[in-house]
Design a protein around this ligand. Sequence first.
Ligand SMILES: [Mn+2]
Length: 422
Amino acid sequence: MANMFKFLHAADIHLDSPLRGLETYDDAPVEQIRQATRRAFDRLISLALDEQVAFVLIAGDLYDGDWKDYNTGLFFCNRMSRLAAAGIDVFIVSGNHDAASQLTKALPLPKNVHLFSSKRPESKKIESLGVVIHGQSYATRVVADNIAKQYPPAEPGWLNIGLLHTALSGREGHEPYGPCTIDDLTAKGYAYWALGHIHKREEVCADPWIIFPGNIQGRHIKETGPKGATLALVDNGRVLKVEERSLDVLRWHSCQVDLSGCEAMDQVPQRVQAMLEELQTDHDGNLLAIRLILSGSTSLHGQLLDESGALTDYFRGLATGLGEIWLEKVLFQTSRIHSLDEILGDDTPIAELINSISRLEMDRADCLEIVPELAGFKSKLPPELLRNNDIFRSDSPEQSHDLYQEVKEILIAKLLKQGGGR
Ligand SMILES: [Mn+2]
């Protein structure tokens, strides 16, 4: 009986997850992004083989949803056969995205793959290692029950592992599925809880180990930084240590470029370039997808807004020149050095006009009333764009608010330029 071995814990692979509107960007590296979840999955397979792990755990949302065709499933079975050839077993629970009710197509599972039942918790023993894995799949997309409660207590004398798709007691930006507390999990007496669902890596607890490995590949700007899986080392029936291993092939970053104190326009690209070069040094050879946020108070504020289109193109050129960098978006969020009152001085007509614009409290409803064409325009947009474009999302009032602030700022900047203000 082997008393020292490794296992790999991954989750939220979202294999063949769609592009989320990236095709609407002119220069998006569409092919690289489209292939990213598969390439990251290939790196997971390579890691399992290189580290000669005893088994692999996948804690839900292996698939993003129902397969378009059988290709996604065939790809998965093919990669599983590589693990089978090395004698590596794979244990899977499904999550909300690939719940039993969500998938209408199926392929026979390779012999080395075990998918846990969605009806009740199951326990699978690996006699040669003294390991028992407890798990339950999602039957439906929405699981509001604490399914962990039904998991059996630890089997004495075995290394007990719980495989579970859950939001625990809630995590920002994630549906509160399979709710449970850390105490619920600890009470079972397992050595390791292999969780999934939360896309950001989190070591919730070290005794027992309760871990969200995060997803293996970021899929949009809200999933930033390195992504990967957890490699655990077991010795004499105890999980000695865990390591985070990055697997992503395309890395998202959102970064601020502080333009405070910039006095001349030629300083702006310098600061942007410095930031891009800094990011370049820390990306494990991956393609970088970057959102630039220009911030800080500067006398260039109005000019930046006025020239935002041309500047964005210029920054794209800088990024492309540096190599594997794609600028997803540039946000202009600088502020004025001087207040409007200071700039405008006495009550000239232009001052009055600008002041009334700056006082305008626009919200979503107002905007649609002011510009009735917007509603017609919105109805003509493809649904894919609507779903992914901040501007038209009715469920994000803060984003709408930001947008209207930006519109106001651009209007004011243009008027100031016309009126000869600073
Ligand atoms: Mn999930």
